[in-house]
Structure formats: structure tokens, C-alpha cells
Design a protein around this ligand. Structure first.
Ligand code: GLY
Ligand code: MN
Ligand code: MN
Length: 434
């Protein structure tokens, strides 16, 4: 039984008003084709509070009594022979600490009586599985309260408003899992960087990444690998991974393993043949300078948006210096004309979700400031597609992004993915062993 999940449930309940109940809905398995299902991955809010990774489960937390109810699939020998073991009703109590456990089929019958005496209903139901039921349950509460008891008109509030801010600051066990995901992903990227050469197919490198992170304890990737040669890298979420790599191209690989439900998210860009051309080196150096300038700003108290602003300032200056932007730097910054090449935002929280949950603004609408225990990516990029015909030809057909995973420490930061080669010299030396 896990203390950490019990502590999180208690922390959630402590933040709810009197007479509240929280319903936390897990995911169901999705069909891939006919009777074949996709590999199951639990909802992260549900996992965060329960650690229960089986499909088709619902947790209910009662504020006043502190009771934890878990609805799940009952034991079923035939189903378990086909698809694997289940904790079952007893396991939900013994292994997962539920005070009461029920078969999931009992939910509709049991839940209305659980919410009968509550004033506030909080719900986490990402896919809206019970949207239609909520009103029914609340109506049941109204119609079934006693004749001389005030009718309760329950409020319904997303539980995300409580859980997601909690998930932004990572605890020690979470940091350990993120570190393991990053370590495995560094090994994966290293293997791909060594194997990369003209003629190899993007899909071979994607498979090599998967194989290597598996050797380091990851069961799966945190998001589909992006292995993009040449112009393919100008599609930000390119996932086809099916082209042969060519002499003279850059490769962009954005790939991260998932370890115990925690993600890494790392990008490297390098020449397919291991040797930067002058044009590739100049764009790469601009992106790396932007990343390093933003990382240098990370410490408690820095406003989140300052990282993006810093990246844009450095990249605009760099693009102006090499002639890809024209005019006056102040005017470029004011008109944001750099956005043509820089395209996207430069980072996001990292945790159970690769684009992890949690607010980027305070309640007054200002950008949030960083604090110890936050983990996020910084990932500036410059993208110059082949059809940018006004740009000199040597720059066309490349997307360069560099992405590191950063932890805010008490006084500054730690770049968790720093040991993966990132300077021109480090990359060329790894790709061209003596
Ligand atoms: N791998 C997705 C991202 O970098 O945001
Ligand atoms: Mn990212
Ligand atoms: Mn990424």
C-alpha cells in the first residue's frame, strides 16, 4: 500500500470545503480494431491519487469521513487468463488502501447514495464518461433528501482546479522517476546519434531509441518519437518516421521515455553525416545560445514568460546577424517578425504528462514565477522549410530544435539532460569517433 498516494488524497481532501465529495474517473481501454485493444495507459490524475493502473476504475473520496471508495473490475479467472491479472475487490482494499471497494458495475447504483449528503461535488473525468450521469445523480440527491431536510443543490467543480496545481511541484519520488526517464532517454539519444548516417531510415532510428530506453527500464515512450530528416523537421509533430536520411540533411529527433508513468522530453538536432555545414552550424549555434541564455535565467522567482522572451531576443538577434531577418532589432521585436522562423512556444511543465498539467498564470492573471521542485522543458527552435524561397538555399529544408529538461533548485537550476551532447564540438566528436 502506498503512503504517497494516501498523502495526496489527504492533501486533496484538506483543500475541499466541508461536506464535499470527490469523484475521480479512470480511463477505459480503447479499441484499436475489432476485438484488439490499444495498450492501456491510465489517466494521470487518477494515477496520482490512487496508483491504480487498471482500466475501468472510479475512486470516490469523502471529505467528512475521509473514506476512500474504489470501484474496479472484479476478479474473473477467464478474463485474467486472457488479459492479465486484476487486483479485484479484495486487492483494491489490501493492496491499494481503499476503505470500501465495489465492482465497477455497482457504480450507478451506489454512487447516488454516496453523494446524497454532500453539498459540493468535485469531479475529475477527463473524457467526460459520466457527463450525462452527473445531473441525474444530483437530481437523485434532491429528490431523495428527507421531507423536512433542506434540499441540497450540489455544486459541481472540476477537481483539476485542486490536483493540477499540486502536480506542478514535484516530490522526491516524482523527481527520482523523472531522473530515471531522462537517464534512459539520454542513453536512447546517444545510441541514435552514434547510429545515424546517410541511408539509414528514420524508422530504424526510432526503433533503436525504443530498444535502448527499454534496456534502461522504460516500458514505453512518453509520446510518439519524432525522427525527422531534412524538411520533415519543419512539421513540429512529425510522426511518420519513414524516410531514408540523406547526405547533407540535418536530423531532428525529439524523443523521451516514460519511467513509472513519468516522462522525459528531449530534442537534439545534428547533421546526418556527423559534420555541420557552415549554414547548419550558424543556425544551430543561434538556437543553442538561446537555450543556454534561457537556462541561465532559471531560478526561484523568475517569471515563466521571461524564458520565452529571452529565447526570442537571442534568436532574433542571431537571425538578423546572418541576414535572415532584416531591419532594426527593436522593430523586429515589436513586430515579432522572427515568429516566421521560431514558430512555437519554448517550453512546458514536465511530469506524468509530457505537456504536464498546471497553471502558467497566477490567479491575478500574471505569469507565474518559478519555484523549487518545478520541472519543465526549454526548447527553442528555428525552422526553414524548402519552400522559403527568399532564404538562401543553403539554409532551406532544416528544422533545428534543442530541448533540455530543467529542474528548479533552491538557488538556481539543474539541467537534467545536460550530459547528452549538445555543443557542435560534442556532437561532431561523438559522431566521428577516432
Ligand atoms: N515532444 C513534444 C514537445 O516537445 O513538446
Ligand atoms: Mn517539449
Ligand atoms: Mn519534445
Amino acid at each position: 500500500m502506498s503512503d504517497v498516494h494516501q498523502q495526496r488524497r489527504a492533501a486533496v481532501l484538506a483543500k475541499l470545503p466541508s461536506n464535499s465529495i470527490a469523484i475521480v474517473v479512470g480511463y477505459q481501454q480503447k479499441v484499436r480494431s475489432k476485438n484488439i485493444k490499444y495498450h492501456f495507459r491510465q489517466d494521470n490524475d487518477f494515477l496520482y491519487l490512487t496508483g491504480f493502473a487498471e482500466p475501468d476504475a472510479v475512486a470516490v473520496l469523502e471529505k467528512e469521513s475521509g473514506r476512500y471508495h474504489l470501484f474496479c473490475r472484479p476478479k474473473d479467472p477467464a478474463q485474467e487468463t486472457s488479459f492479465g491479472t486484476r487486483a479485484g475487490i479484495e486487492g483494491a482494499k489490501l493492496q491499494f488502501g481503499a476503505d470500501n471497494a465495489y465492482a465497477i458495475d455497482e457504480l450507478e447504483k451506489t454512487l447516488p447514495s454516496l453523494i446524497n449528503n454532500c453539498d459540493h461535488l468535485y469531479i475529475s473525468d477527463e473524457l467526460g464518461r459520466f457527463d450525462q450521469h452527473l445531473i441525474k445523480w444530483c437530481r437523485h440527491q434532491r429528490h431523495h433528501s428527507g421531507f423536512d431536510i433542506p434540499k441540497r443543490y450540489t455544486t459541481i467543480t472540476p477537481l483539476a482546479s485542486i490536483i493540477h496545481p499540486m502536480r506542478v511541484v514535484k516530490g522526491p519520488d516524482e523527481l527520482a522517476h523523472i531522473r530515471s526517464a531522462v537517464t534512459a532517454s539520454i542513453a536512447g539519444h546517444n545510441a541514435v546519434m552514434r547510429a545515424c548516417k546517410p541511408g539509414i531510415n528514420e524508422r530504424e532510428l526510432a526503433a533503436l531509441f525504443d530498444f535502448t530506453i527499454a534496456q534502461h527500464g522504460c516500458n514505453e515512450v512518453a509520446y510518439p518519437n519524432i525522427v525527422a530528416g531534412g524538411n520533415n523537421a519543419c512539421c513540429l509533430h512529425y510522426e511518420d518516421n519513414c524516410s531514408p536520411l540523406q547526405q547533407g540533411q540535418m536530423l531532428l529527433i525529439d524523443a523521451g521515455g516514460e519511467y513509472q508513468h513519468y516522462a522525459a522530453d528531449i530534442t537534439r538536432s545534428y547533421p546526418v553525416n556527423g559534420q555541420f555545414s557552415a549554414a547548419q552550424k550558424s543556425i544551430y549555434s543561434i538556437v543553442l545560445s538561446a537555450l543556454d541564455a534561457a537556462i541561465a535565467m532559471v531560478k526561484p522567482g523568475t517569471p515563466w514568460h521571461q524564458l520565452y522572451d529571452t529565447c526570442m531576443q537571442v534568436m532574433a538577434e542571431g537571425l538578423l546577424n546572418i541576414g535572415l531577418l532584416e531591419g532594426d532589432l527593436d522593430e523586429i521585436m515589436a513586430k515579432e517578425s522572427y515568429k516566421r522562423f521560431t514558430v512555437h512556444k519554448t517550453g512546458h511543465w514536465l511530469g506524468m504528462d509530457v505537456h504536464d498539467v498546471g497553471p502558467y498564470h497566477d490567479s491575478d492573471g500574471k505569469w507565474r514565477t518559478l519555484s523549487q521542485g518545478m520541472v519543465f522543458t526549454i526548447e527553442p527552435g528555428i525552422y526553414i522549410p524548402t519552400d522559403a524561397l527568399d532564404v538562401p538555399v543553403e539554409y532551406r529544408g532544416m528544422g533545428i530544435r534543442i530541448e533540455d529538461d530543467i529542474l528548479v533548485t533552491d538557488e538556481g537550476h539543474e539541467n537534467l539532460s545536460k550530459s547528452l551532447p549538445r555543443t557542435v564540438a560534442e556532437i561532431e566528436s561523438l559522431m566521428n569517433p577516432l
